[in-house]
Design a protein around this ligand. Structure first.
Ligand code: C5P
Length: 291
């Protein structure tokens, strides 16, 4: 399975709920940067992690793909037997939901290997217990996410979107960024989150300038305060002519909207030359899990 990374075109964060999660309203888009997850018959559950971002990924029960396999086996009542190979092209702790992509890839691959034949909707209900981004990772495309991000409504987008994905030398822990956001907000009233209708209309019409105007991330201030280098990356993207640029999810990856594929490749080349990023990718969305 090829399991895509996600970016957030809009990420509005509401107050912290009683269960510790924050109420979100977000536009997710899956993009063409993929981890590969392969499942072959095996004894028990084993995982091998390889590729450019394998370092530091756990291979025990802390691995989200391994947890996904156990959750699926428990749900369908089988004894799990599988050897997983995860090839990581999606950076870790980067705001791109790479762990969720691996969990989604493992669910889809084992559902096929074991012939359990669950629908994507059923897999999404299994996936929701693993992480807020896992349900979206199973369907991909472009979607409005609410609740803690697990309630999804598919969105149609009038044009393919070309994104420069600027990978940072740093990583950020999602709970730490949410926690810092709460600290920054102390004493302020926090409205319930929503995605402006203008952004949804811009997406429907594929109106790139209006999409760029609507790009927004409530976590950006907290992520940038924890990783001050992000301000330089964001200004570099603006200076070289990206239509818009924001931090993706809880960061520290930044994403920039380009006018078309050629513009995207030229922005990526220029940003790479700046030396501000660990890696720079020219990708497009929407993408879907496949294979
Ligand atoms: O759901 P997931 O495992 O990705 O969440 C990781 C952590 O991020 C949660 O334990 C929580 O601290 C924070 N989070 C949050 N609100 C969300 C999603 C995640 O506070 N909507």
């Amino acid at each position: 399975m090829l399991a895509p990374a996600k970016i957030n075109i809009v990420l509005a964060v509401g107050p912290r709920r009683a269960d510790g999660f924050h109420e979100l309203a977000t536009v997710f888009q899956a993009v063409s940067l993929y981890d590969e997850v392969e499942a072959v018959p095996g004894e028990g559950v084993e995982v091998v992690v390889e590729g450019p971002y394998a370092a530091g990924v756990p291979t025990d029960d802390a691995n989200l793909a391994v947890r996904a396999v156990h959750a699926l086996a428990a749900h369908v009542g089988v004894t799990p037997g599988v050897r997983l190979r995860v090839h990581k092209e999606i950076p870790v702790a980067a705001g791109l939901a790479g762990g969720s992509a691996d969990a989604a890839g493992a669910l889809l691959a084992c559902n096929r290997l074991w012939g359990t034949d669950l629908s994507v909707t059923e897999l999404q209900s299994v996936g929701a217990s693993l992480g807020s981004d896992v349900p979206f990772a199973l369907s991909g495309g472009t979607a409005l996410g609410t609740g803690r991000g697990e309630q999804l409504r598919e969105l149609s987008v009038g044009a393919p979107l070309h994104w420069v994905v600027a990978v940072s030398d740093h990583s950020l822990s999602t709970p730490a960024v949410f926690g810092h956001l709460d600290d920054l907000r102390q004493g302020r009233a926090v409205a319930s989150p929503s995605v402006p209708t203008a952004v949804l209309e811009a997406l429907t019409h594929g109106d790139l300038d209006a999409i760029a105007d609507g790009m927004h991330n409530d976590m950006q201030e907290a992520a940038s305060s924890l990783t001050p280098e992000l301000a330089d990356v964001l200004s570099a993207g603006r200076e070289i002519g990206a239509l818009g640029g924001i931090v993706s999810g809880s960061g520290p990856t930044c994403v920039f909207l380009a006018r078309n594929r050629a513009h995207c490749v030229s922005l990526a080349t220029e940003l790479d030359r700046s030396g501000l990023c660990r890696a720079v990718h020219a990708v497009y969305g929407p993408a879907t899990p496949r294979g």
